[in-house]
Design a protein around this ligand. Sequence first.
Ligand code: 0O2
Length: 232
Amino acid sequence: MNSQSNSVDNAERWESAMFLYHAALKNVKTKIDILNGEFKYIHNYNPIEHVKSRIKSPDSIMRKLQKNNHEVNIKNMVQYVHDIAGVRIICSFVSDIYKISRMLMLQSDMDIVQVKDYIAQPKPNGYKSLHLIVRVPIYMASGMVDTKVEIQIRTIAMDFWASLEHKIHYKFDGQAPEHIAADLKECADIVARLDARMLSLNDTVQNANRERQISFSGFFVNTEGGSSDEEE
Ligand code: 0O2
């Protein structure tokens, strides 16, 4: 009877924890959506290609706790697993990643718990991405609960690489043959070069646009000057 009431209790705590993670995910996704909209409105430019989100599966939560030698229970899950609620922001250019992260860090109702910059310092396998662990307040009838969300920000090319690497990692139980790991690392280097070239190409296009706008507005200034000359 006692163990039965324990498991009912655990089920209720699990439900209520998951409710919080879902609410936190919604909260963060709304913030990102508003930032993107504002950016588009002010700068006529959309830094975010797309956004994905997920709640970590119970299996994956359990594996993470066991990997880090924590007993599997709800208290440890809330304390030690930071990416139960996860949002992934995919951008076109590396500069967009830092623009978005700066904008997120300026939000006063969101605490930045941890920043891991795997772009400045890629993982040995070649993995690149910017990870932020944030805490957002969720208001319930019983009070406010700060809830963690992991935000991963990366380019389309980094995301392409990471999704293939993830599949290979699971296929070989984390022990990919050496030649595959070496090939992946080489692809990560190609991705880094591609991202740098795309960024530089985009900068060139932006500069050309700016120059065209300046000479276009110069044309109007000259035209206005010309017409006043004619009046004289
Ligand atoms: P899944 O399936 O995406 O949930 P921590 O205890 O939080 O400090 P952790 O969790 O290893 O240690 O933190 P880290 O390094 O920030 O990684 C969190 C998540 O980033 C991972 O979650 C992956 O989603 C992603 N990630 C990290 N390293 C790699 C990598 O080498 N390759 C790929 N493809 N993704 C990576 P999970 O739980 O591992 O996986």
